[in-house]
Design a protein around this ligand. Structure first.
Ligand SMILES: *[C@@H]1O[C@H](CO)[C@@H](O)[C@H](O)[C@H]1NC(C)=O
Ligand SMILES: *[C@@H]1O[C@H](CO)[C@@H](O)[C@H](O)[C@H]1NC(C)=O
Ligand SMILES: *[C@@H]1O[C@H](CO)[C@@H](O)[C@H](O)[C@H]1NC(C)=O
Length: 328
């Protein structure tokens, strides 16, 4: 996960080559200016220390929280699911296109980051995805990489330098693209299904726990879990931290009022995080906050959804099957 790094990195490179530097902290001014009054509660020291502190060795074979106490959610309305995915695509990749075929080493010590949700070879999620794909289609071009990926996964969890090393994966990105662009769409569908089960349903369960049931509210929780995760090995930045610092929804508190408080905490976290990437991403919280200003109009996601900072409008009729940008 954490694909937004790709987009931000690309923006950084572009900006460096153009005359007018864009303000990467543009959603971090006014009351979101990083300072002790909003940042002390996060206890961020430096990004390096935060990374070190964030690396907790898993004890039970999973890096994810146990969700068994959260309310069950069996399914998400298909229109909500597609709208939420499209909105997050815009935030992660600059437009609604599903980046099924993307693949890069973005030097974040997670190995190759690929696919529309940023599966990574260094953290085990690419591994489980390719394993399921290989069960489905044993003769796929990614299957030969499984052995090297298993070796990476056997390294100590906190050995990020070696987990991020892609030298044993030559040709991985070409193979990924070949499968993601296959006209059968089997691999891209698997990516969608995997994200639905492993991120979208859990995000809706966290939302339900907070009394959030509207499609817009579910989209906000989905985007938060995609960016921040729900892994206890990254306790400083995950969705549980945002929820804890926000406090529960009051008994009579309207949903939009709770969502505003939640997004305010999230935006403070983004603005306070001690690197150049997260503060740039505060624009996504700002766009959601703007949608909440007309909650009645936007809450069902059945109107065109305007994302101001990204200059995109989502309708739900976008292509969600092919990666039109990369599969030419
Ligand atoms: C695994 O253990 C951690 C740490 O004790 C805990 O926070 C987490 O909820 C557990 N996850 C599962 C899926 O049991
Ligand atoms: C496996 O895939 C290759 C390349 O796509 C193809 O040439 C070969 O016939 C396939 N083999 C089987 C058993 O499907
Ligand atoms: C990655 O691994 C290869 C092979 O083990 C090694 O030669 C190379 O120095 C490593 N790269 C880094 C940056 O550690």
């Amino acid at each position: 996960m954490k694909l937004f790094l790709v987009a931000s990195l690309a923006i950084c490179l572009l900006a460096k080559s153009s005359y007018q530097a864009e303000d990467f902290r543009k959603a971090c001014h006014g009351k979101f200016e990083a300072g002790p009054n909003i940042c002390d509660k996060f206890n961020f020291i430096s990004s390096q220390e935060a990374v070190k502190k964030g690396c907790v060795t898993p004890t039970n074979g999973t890096t994810f929280y146990d969700l068994s106490e959260l309310p069950p959610v069996d399914a998400i309305d298909p229109h909500t699911a597609i709208m939420a995915s499209l909105i997050t695509n815009v935030f992660e990749d600059g437009d609604a296109n599903f980046a099924f075929a993307s693949c890069n080493d973005i030097n974040d010590l997670r190995g190759y980051t690929s696919g529309y949700a940023g599966f990574t070879t260094g953290t085990g999620d690419s591994e489980t995805l390719i394993e399921s794909y290989t069960l489905q289609d044993p003769n796929n071009t990614l299957a030969p990489f499984l052995e090297a990926i298993h070796q990476i996964s056997a390294l100590p969890h906190c050995d990020r330098k070696n987990r991020g090393n892609t030298s044993s994966l030559k040709g991985f990105c070409e193979a990924w693209k070949e499968e993601a662009c296959d006209p059968s769409h089997a691999f891209s569908k698997l990516q969608r299904d995997w994200v639905y089960e492993n991120y979208m349903i859990p995000s809706a369960r966290y939302a339900a726990q907070s009394g959030v049931h509207s499609p817009l509210g579910q989209a906000i929780f989905y985007d938060t879990i995609i960016q921040h995760g729900f892994q206890y090995v990254e306790p400083d930045i995950n969705i549980v931290r945002v929820l804890t610092l926000t406090g529960p929804k009051g008994t009579d508190e309207p949903e939009d009022s709770f969502l505003k408080r939640f997004l305010t905490t999230r935006r403070e976290l983004q603005c306070c995080y001690p690197d150049d990437v997260w503060p740039a991403s505060a624009t996504r919280s700002e766009d959601f906050l703007a949608l909440l200003n007309d909650f009645e109009y936007n809450k069902d996601l059945d109107v065109p959804i305007k994302l101001k900072n990204f200059e995109r409008t989502i309708t739900g009729n976008e292509d969600s099957v092919t990666d039109a940008k990369r599969c030419l």
